[in-house]
Every structure is written in C-alpha cells, then in structure tokens.
Design a binder for this molecule. Structure first.
Ligand SMILES: Cc1cc2nc3c(=O)[nH]c(=O)nc-3n(C[C@H](O)[C@H](O)[C@H](O)COP(=O)(O)OP(=O)(O)OC[C@H]3O[C@@H](n4cnc5c(N)ncnc54)[C@H](O)[C@@H]3O)c2cc1C
Length: 732
C-alpha cells in the first residue's frame, strides 16, 4: 500500500536534508505532523541547529516509511542504498508532486527569479495576515520567515518548482507562474526548444490560470500577463503581486514591497561601507549575470567579481555568453568550477583563457581591499559554495581592518550590539566601535576611518537615536572614557578672558532671561561631551550653580544635547553655551564661541557634521537649595505629563503653529499601536516600545501618524529623532 495516503503521520528520512531544496520540504512535512529524520554530508553544526526540527542521524531510523533524496545525492550513496532495502526511495520533486497533488497549489517556475518571486509572495501573505503553506527556494535575510510552512488546512500552497531534473513533469498545479524560459540545464534539455516545450507543457497541465509574460501554444485554460518591468527584480515583484492578487483578490501596496526583508544570496549585501560594497548573488546563468550587472551598475561603477562557474555542461554550452557578460566587469577572479556531480570536461581554465580581465581565484588577496580610494563593489557570484566563501572572506576583511587600526595603536571592537545603547531598546549592531581615550586618540581613529572609507557615528546616551536591527558597517564612537566626562569650573584668568572678549554675550544673557533672574553672577564650567546631563545637574546643584533647569529630566550626554540643542519649549542648551570645542571628520580641532554658534529649534547648524569634545557653559551663582527647588518643579511637571518606559522622548518636532503632541492627540492617535510600538495614551508625542517592538513597527507607526495628522490638519510632522545610518527622507 502507498504510505502517502494522508491517513497517518509518517516517518521520513531525508538525504541531503540541509540543502535549500530539502530544508523547506522538511519544515513543511514537520508542520504537517510527520516525523522527520535526516542527514547531509556537507552540513555545518550551526545550520543543523537552525534546522532543529530535523532529527539528524546518519543511520536509517527504525520504522522508516519513506526516504527522500535531493537531486545532489549520488545513486550509489551508502545511505541511499541502505534505505532502498527497507522503504520506498523518492526524488524530492517526485514526492512533493505526490504529496501536494490534492492541495490548492500555486507553483512558481521559470529559468530565473523563482526564489525572489516566491519570497515576495510569502511576504505579501504575511503582511496581509493570510494563511499560506509554502516551500521557499531561499532563506530570508535575518531569518524574517521560516523556510517552509505546512501548518494550514485548506490554504494555498506556494512552491518554487525546480525544472533542472525533469520532476516538473509530475506537477499539474492549479496556478502556475512562469517567469521566463531562457534556455538552461543543457544536460537535461539538450536544445532550447526542448527546454521551452517543458514550460509549455506545464502551462497546458495547469488547471486554473497561468501567470506569465510569455505566450504559450497551445493556449492554457486562462492566462494573466505579468506587467512589463525594466529589471528582472521588478519583473519578479510584478509577478508576485499579480499572483497575490489572483490568489487573494487583494492588491499589494508600496509599503508591502518596501518592507520586504530580502533573501539570502539574491543581491545580498554582505558588507557596505562608504566606499566598499560586497555582494553575494546566486546568478549562474549568463542572463542572470546581465541582470545582476544592471542592479550593480556595471559599466558605470567599478565592479569586480569573484565567479564560480556551476556545472560543466552549462559552462560549456554558454561559454561565449559567460565571457561576454564577465568582460564587462573591472576584474574577474575565477573560482574553480562547482561540478555538482557532473563529469567536468570544461572548467574554470576554459573561462580564464577566454577572459582578458580574468585572474585565478588565488590572487584575491584580502589586504588589497582594506582601503579604497574610489567606491567599488566586489560581487561573489555563483550557485555552488561561493556564498560560504564570501561570508568567510568578509570576516577576513573585518580582521584585516582591525589589524589596520591596531597597527596604529587603536583597539577597535567588532560586531558591537547596539540594542541596549538606544533608549528605545531596538537596534542591531555596529561593525566597528571604538572608545577613544583622549583627543589625540580620537584624531587617529578618524584619520584611519577616512583611509578605510568608514563612516563615523558618535553615540551618546542613545536617547534620541533610533537604530535599525541590521548591522551598520561603520565605526561607532563612544565618548565614555573618563577624559570625556570631566567637569571643571574655569579659572579666574580664563573667566576674565571670556568676559573681555564677549561683552555682548553677557548682555544677551541678561536680557534673554535664561535661568532665574534672582540668581547671581555668571559661573563658567567646562564640561566633557560624554558627561550625562543628570550627573552634570547633580554636580551643579551641589556647587550651588543654577540656570540649567531647562535640562532637567533630559537623559542624554552633553555632546548629544548640544547637537540636538536639547531643552524645553523653544529654549535649548545652546542658549547656555559660552564656547564649544569640536572636531571635524578629518580630525581638525575647532573652537566656536557663543556669538558664532548657529542653532535653532532642536538643531545646531554649526555642529551638524562635527564631533563635540567639550563646551564651556554659563550658569549663575545660587544656593544648593534654590537649585534643588527649581529642579524639583520641572521634575514634578514632567512626571505628570510624560510616560515612563522605553522611548526617545518627544518623537516629532513641534510644528510652528502648534505642539506635535496636540496634533497627534487631536487626530485620534493616542493608543495607536503597530506590534509593540505604541503612541503613549499619556503623551501623544511619545512613541513607546512596549516590549519587543521592531524598527519596522516604529517606522510603520511613524508613517501612520504622519499621514493621519496630514489628512486631519494639513501638517506634515517631522521626526526630531535621528536614525543611525539612514535619513528619514529615505525611510518615509
Ligand atoms: C525620556 C526622555 C525625555 C526626553 N526629554 C527631552 C526634552 O525634554 N528635551 C529635549 O530636547 N530632548 C529630550 N529628549 C531627547 C534626548 O534626550 C536629547 O536629544 C539628548 O540631548 C540626546 O543626547 P544623547 O547623548 O542621548 O544623544 P544620542 O541620542 O546618542 O545622539 C543624538 C544625536 O547626537 C549626536 N551626538 C551625540 N553625541 C555627540 C557628540 N559628542 N558629538 C557630535 N554628535 C553627537 C548623535 O550622532 C546623534 O545624531 C528626551 C529623551 C528621552 C528618552
């Protein structure tokens, strides 16, 4: 009797279970309640752990009902032969066809772009909270979704349908998306016509609808056209959107497309500094290379490639097309051929011989790529082992950069988590981070960053910075060492000098009403950029110096406060400044006096691109009791109006005519929520992380607030909060 009659849970043994063909299938059957055992000769411990729903063992389990082999398993593999003695053995494709024949099945097929299209479809279903069973063809970046899902009864099942081994012929789905029919797999389909015939036959077997830009003969039951697009990626998105609409009746939005988390090995950016980008891509056919070049801007940009040819039969059949595509890159490092169990009568040497810009792979030296004068991209391309190599290469590059800095006496850290650095409690990591000990040290690290092409970002207390969950490939600077948190009153002669040079500033100080006029004479204090404002205020209170109550309750550092001109209402800390010492990105020191400091509401133009080192602030003589009382009043007011918890304070700047909080409240948005991101019911300009909010949740809530407030009031609110490595213009 056929064990696959759906009546009882089965015991499966999967051979080659770690590959991208098998892992989604394993997840699918595991979700359906079957027991899944498996083995893979080439799997890492880390991947085994990620696929922990498979019981890994290199023996056939007792009571095994079925063995399933990936097409990469040799027919003489000892485990395959052992399985044949105790149970039926299937090729993966054949078994999937059998298992899914009674399901509402939508397949995505074609020569290029299947995995990306399937991934977009999965993402669109998730965004719409609609159930979907699926077997994807690639892993999502940052593990956004599982590789497979078989949890839902009566839902659509979406499957990436592989045509390479002929098992496609066993499928008669309800819906087929046929992306393109560029001849490939010449070993199995010896002519272009035989390849195209195979897709035409699938179209005929399709029971409800074919979605394709090709026209098939004989005509399928029903055909929908994929709207034309400029690039392969756009074409994949169009195909996924058309399929989503057909399967659900719903339309995909721009937000659905923008929020796509990306798939591994598909234009996947493994490293992105200011001048150097490393990309991994699965392209292994000349048309895919050309599509990738379009994405990378080959011809316009400096792009070099590390190419691993995949299968001798493909290389031999399309050698001229490969050469034509690869010749367009600056340099090509040719990796040894990935044989994929074929006899290799054509290999990388044939390609190298024909490529004027070709070099053997062994010449790819990581130290040659540490510092770049001009922007350049290095793409690791192929369907074999090249991706794993690319990831190792990036780690080697990171070590080479660390050595570059350590040879200059700078102990730079790598992969530093930023989640707890932002007071929002959201954040990925910084590729590099450094805590300079003093000014000279900071200068050295800035110069090094210029040479390597690393962007620099100074983080204070993180009380006004939203941090994406991805890795940021720059250098984060923390001014935490004791040098940066000093606080000292100016000596008499320094005060005299200041007062001599700055009579008008004193007059302005008198007339602006900063602090309480009952306070006495000015007191000047030099404060390091890394000093926390609450600590500074405590110190001033102890010394009986007033005039800083506008900073009460602001959790940031002095540096962050100056850059943001933090304060209360329209007053900000820049009003209390006498002088600021700052450094530009080249490491040059600058001093700016109060007279020349340009600042406005929650911003300081002069310091926009600078790094604040210290500032002289001016307070006034008072008594500790008086200062304490003033601070208490502000604190009490805050406690009544502001919520406690993870936030970045007021999220939006006040528009000229009203308060942002009032606009949001009057637009009915108090309590609005996306995931764990919430508009505080207490103060509508506070966007809270209630536990596990994600960067994308916050962005979605910000979009919702902006569009609703605009609809109701005609005002576009501008975020006050900054985003590490990105601008709001790009995000919104
Ligand atoms: C509960 C709460 C209440 C708040 N209340 C107020 C308030 O009443 N008024 C107000 O104005 N703000 C308020 N904020 C926002 C925030 O505290 C201020 O903007 C603060 O000054 C930011 O300082 P930071 O050290 O945390 O800077 P970060 O958040 O770390 O950085 C903010 C910006 O400053 C830059 N930066 C930091 N240090 C330096 C440096 N040394 N040199 C150059 N650039 C630097 C960063 O690169 C970033 O662009 C509040 C925040 C919270 C969480």
């Amino acid at each position: 009797m056929d064990p696959i009659d759906g009546s009882k849970p089965l015991c499966f043994y999967l051979l080659g279970a770690g590959g991208m063909g098998m892992a989604p299938f394993a997840r699918y059957i595991s979700d359906q309640g079957h027991r899944v055992y498996g083995w893979d000769d080439f799997i890492s411990e880390e991947r085994k752990q990620r696929l922990s729903f498979i019981h890994w063992q290199n023996t056939i389990p007792p009571h095994c009902d079925l063995c399933v082999c990936s097409s990469a398993i040799d027919p003489k593999h000892p485990l395959r032969m052992a399985a044949q003695r105790v149970c039926p053995v299937y090729l993966r494709g054949m078994l999937i066809a059998k298992l899914l024949h009674s399901q509402r099945l939508c397949v995505v097929s074609g020569s290029h772009g299947k995995s990306t299209t399937v991934a977009y479809l999965i993402h669109f279903f998730h965004r719409s909270h609609l159930p979907l069973n699926y077997l994807s063809g690639a892993e999502f970046q940052s593990d956004a979704y599982a590789v497979g899902c078989g949890k839902y009864k009566d839902a659509w099942t979406v499957l990436e349908l592989d045509e390479s081994d002929g098992t496609i012929e066993a499928f008669s789905p309800a819906v087929s998306v046929i992306l393109n029919t560029d001849w490939d797999h010449p070993r199995h389909y010896p002519t272009k016509e035989s390849y195209q015939k195979m897709f035409a036959a699938l179209a005929v077997r399709t029971q409800e609808c074919v979605i394709s830009k090709e026209v098939f003969q004989p005509s399928p039951m029903k055909q929908l056209a994929i709207p034309a697009a400029k690039t392969l990626l756009e074409e994949n998105i169009s195909a996924a959107s058309a399929a989503f609409h057909y399967l659900t009746g719903k339309t995909v939005t721009a937000n659905d497309v923008q929020s796509f988390p990306g798939v591994k090995r598909r234009q996947e950016v493994l490293l992105q500094t200011q001048r150097f980008k490393v990309v991994s891509d699965y392209a292994h056919h000349p048309s895919e290379l050309q599509a990738l070049w379009q994405y990378l801007g080959v011809g316009k940009n400096n792009v070099s490639v590390v190419f691993e040819p995949h299968r001798a039969s493909r290389l031999k059949c399309f050698l001229h097309e490969f050469v034509r595509a690869l010749k367009r890159c600056s340099q090509v490092y040719v990796h040894p051929l990935y044989e994929a169990f074929e006899a290799a009568d054509c290999n990388e040497k044939s390609l190298l011989a024909a490529l004027p810009n070709g070099r053997p792979f062994g010449q790819l030296n990581v130290s040659d790529w540490v510092s770049q004068e001009q922007p350049c991209t290095l793409a690791f391309v192929g369907a074999g082992k090249i991706d794993a190599y690319a990831r190792r290469w990036v780690e080697q590059w990171i070590h080479a950069v660390v050595s570059f800095f350590s040879s200059r006496g700078l102990a730079v850290k790598t992969h530093v988590s930023l989640q707890n650095v932002s007071m929002m409690g959201i954040g990925g990591s910084a590729l590099f981070a450094y805590e300079p000990k003093e000014v000279r040290d900071l200068q050295k690290v800035l110069k090094g960053c210029l040479q390597v092409g690393l962007e620099v970002y100074v983080l204070g207390k993180g009380s006004n910075v939203l941090i994406p969950e991805t890795r940021w490939d720059g250098m984060v600077i923390f001014l935490r060492q004791p040098f940066w948190t000093q606080c000292e009153f100016l000596r008499e002669e320094e005060v005299e000098k200041i007062e001599k040079n700055d009579n008008d500033a004193i007059d302005t100080f008198e007339t602006e009403g900063i602090g309480d006029p009952q306070f006495g004479l000015p007191r000047y204090v030099r404060v390091g950029a890394g000093m926390l404002l609450p600590a500074f205020l405590d110190r001033m209170e102890a010394e009986g110096v007033g005039g800083f109550s506008l900073l009460e309750g602001i959790p940031g550092t002095l540096g962050g406060a100056l850059v943001m001109n933090a304060g209360m209402g329209t007053n900000g800390i820049c009003d209390c400044v006498q002088q600021v010492t700052w450094m530009d990105r080249e490491g040059n020191l600058h001093e700016v006096s109060r007279k020349n400091l340009q600042y406005g509401y929650r911003s300081c133009e002069t310091l926009r691109d600078g790094i604040v080192l210290s500032a002289v602030l001016r307070g006034r003589n008072a008594t500790t009791d008086r200062v304490q009382q003033e601070r208490m009043e502000v604190r009490e007011k805050r406690e009544h109006t502001q919520p406690k918890g993870k936030s970045l304070g007021c999220f939006f700047k006040n528009p000229e005519t009203c308060s942002a909080g009032k606009c949001i409240e009057e637009s009915g948005l108090k309590g609005a929520r996306v995931g764990d991101a919430l508009i505080s019911p207490q103060h509508a300009n506070f966007l809270m992380n209630m536990g596990a909010a994600r960067f994308a949740d916050v962005v979605q809530l910000v979009q919702q607030v902006r569009s609703t407030v605009h609809e109701k009031t005609g005002i576009w609110l501008e975020p006050e909060v900054r985003v590490l490595g990105r601008s709001w213009e790009d995000i919104l």
